[in-house]
Write a protein that binds this ligand. Structure first.
Ligand code: S3P
Length: 165
């Protein structure tokens, strides 16, 4: 099976869905944020503070290419679609957009006390929504499949993806 790349804003459920999808399809999962944390040797938030977002994006861009050399389920970080280089790389890949409305996303981001995302710490709810709206068209454009996750369980989302690939 070719790689399935999950994209979407923070809080879209990329990590949760990638694990469930990998288990259902007996495929390896690459959670890009997890790999990056190991690679940079510190939490993403600390890395953003010390080295800046641009340096993080360079690591992320390199990792995306690497991850795509194997067939796997790839959970991207929400900002992976920002780099034109990544947009090109993803253009002919099986990209699944996990969609949710802005209020749901912000709610999920604020509920998540384990994953302290740098962009969630420094932005208030209004800023986060504006950030989402500024990226929404890119997620939509890159997606081969879009799944609305707002009212669905991970299991239902996985079933919907599998039906469509
Ligand atoms: C980011 C999303 C995060 C992480 C980093 C930047 C973004 O991943 O890569 O904090 O720019 O949207 P998640 O989407 O998994 O939270």
């Amino acid at each position: 099976m070719e790689s399935i790349v999950l994209i979407g804003f923070m809080g879209a459920g990329k990590t949760t869905v990638s694990r469930a999808l990998a288990a259902s399809t007996h495929t390896e999962v690459v959670d890009m944020d997890d790999v990056l944390v190991k690679r940079i040797g510190q939490p993403i938030n600390d890395y953003f503070e010390e080295h800046g977002e641009a340096a993080f994006r360079e690591h992320e861009t390199a990792l995306l290419k690497e991850a795509l050399t194997n067939d796997s389920i790839i959970a991207t970080g929400g900002g992976v679609i920002l780099q034109p280089e990544n947009q090109k790389v993803l253009a002919d890949k099986l990209v699944v957009y996990l969609k949710a409305d802005a209020n749901t996303l912000v709610h999920r981001i604020r509920e998540d006390k384990v994953n302290m995302r740098p962009l969630a710490i420094k932005n208030d709810d209004g800023d986060l929504k504006r950030l989402f709206f500024s990226r929404e068209k890119l997620y939509e454009k890159l997606a081969k499949i879009t799944v609305d996750t707002s009212e669905k369980s991970p299991k239902e989302i996985v079933e919907e993806i599998i039906q469509q690939v």
